[in-house]
Ligand binder design. Structure first.
Ligand SMILES: Nc1nc2c(ncn2[C@@H]2O[C@H](COP(=O)(O)OP(=O)(O)O)[C@@H](O)[C@H]2O)c(=O)[nH]1
Ligand SMILES: [Mg+2]
Length: 353
């Protein structure tokens, strides 16, 4: 088998976490698997790929643009992995992306007929999003949340560790009824539950290569994209004292950003903060909205003396608001911890620009 799967799904639904868990699970049981993190930021070693590398996953990245617009690069990358013995390769797309069914699956099929065995087009969704869709409270993001699921051959309800069995079954049933074209699975990437079913669905299933009308580029698409922006920052920090607590620093930074974006009246569906020290110990904090608690999926195991930090925010907020709010948050919290910062790279841009 030389299969390729796209994992779509909204910001924070767990694409990266699931790809990491699944490539590991698959490799241990069935043969080599690899993951590609796709990012709109420029440069190399952006947050998701750096995280996967720190965690020891078989991973690489494609940056600068959605894989939607890089069919040749993607085909080359897949062929390299297959030549290296990989049997399954998974790539995500940016978390507010739609249209990859057409641009990636049909693009590869038309440009490289017969070359790639495409697994079901897979879309991750978390219970919180199901609640928003069910109650019609998706707001500015409703079009994207819904359209991603319209594209799915396979819907993966992730983060089921958060909900009771009855709620899981109710969410599954609702998804199956509203999106009847898709098979629906329930997993917890964090607890590594449901991975066998997901493996089998990818191994045995096939892409339908449907062509649903998703209004790509239309009014609703433009309206949603026009509200979104991205921010990337990379810096190095020298620590003043041996008691520096990297975990507390990341938590405080996420909380400061949360308070500022809430105060400014905007939303931040995903803020990622990844920091690591020279020996590879690392911490990661995630913020998945102004109304949700900051999560820390990985913690530094000891105090550190210098760190590199990658910050990536995807916000429903204009870039000229997001940029100063984030810059001030970083300065304020870093000053509190007496860190000396060297900034390497900063990018802030609106998705509608
Ligand atoms: N409780 C729980 N959290 C999860 C699960 N999968 C992912 N997360 C967390 O959700 C946040 C976003 O996950 P990530 O993989 O970065 O989402 P992505 O933006 O879709 O790639 C992180 O804090 C993850 O640790 C899960 O199965 N259960
Ligand atoms: Mg990700």
């Amino acid at each position: 088998m030389r299969k390729f799967a796209v994992f779509s799904g909204f910001l924070g639904s767990g694409k990266t976490t699931t790809m990491m868990a699944l490539t590991r699970y698959y490799t241990e049981r069935y043969g080599k698997a690899a993951m590609i993190s796709n990012d709109l930021g420029h440069g190399v070693n952006l947050a998701d790929n750096r995280l996967a590398q720190l965690a020891g996953c078989h991973a690489s990245e494609m940056t600068d643009a959605c894989i939607c617009y890089q069919n040749e690069n993607l085909a080359n990358r897949l062929n390299e992995y297959y030549a290296d013995g990989c049997q399954l390769v998974i790539s995500d797309i940016p978390g507010f992306g739609v249209g990859a069914l057409e641009h990636v699956y049909h693009g590869l099929t038309e440009k490289f007929p017969g070359q790639f065995d495409l697994a079901p087009f897979t879309v991750l969704v978390e219970p919180q999003t199901v609640d928003l869709l069910r109650s019609g409270q998706g707001g500015d993001m409703e079009y994207l949340l819904d359209t991603q699921l319209v594209e799915a051959d396979l819907i993966v309800l992730n983060k089921c560790d958060w909900i009771a069995e009855a709620e899981k079954e109710a969410d599954r049933a609702w998804l199956a009824e509203r999106y009847p074209q898709a098979q629906v699975l329930a997993i917890s990437a964090k607890k590594q539950e449901g991975l066998e079913d997901l493996c089998q669905a990818l191994k045995q299933g096939k892409a339908s290569l449907r062509r649903p009308d998703i209004g790509y580029g239309g009014e609703a698409f433009q309206a949603a994209m026009g509200k979104l922006s991205e921010y990337y920052l990379q810096y190095h920090a020298v620590v003043c004292c041996r008691t520096f607590d990297g975990n507390a620093y990341l938590m405080d930074m996420a909380a400061e950003v949360q308070a500022r974006i809430r105060e400014a009246g905007f939303e931040i569906p995903h803020l990622k903060l990844l920091a690591w020290e020279p020996e590879g110990d690392y911490g990661k904090a995630d913020l998945l909205g102004t109304g949700r608690p900051v999560e820390m999926p990985h913690r530094f195991s000891r105090p550190c003396t210098e760190i590199a930090v990658l910050l990536n925010a995807s916000a429903v907020c204009p870039p000229d608001v997001l940029d100063p709010e984030l810059t001030h948050a970083i300065q304020k919290v870093s000053r509190r911890y007496q860190l000396e910062l060297t900034i390497f790279k900063k990018e802030a841009f609106g998705m509608g620009d």
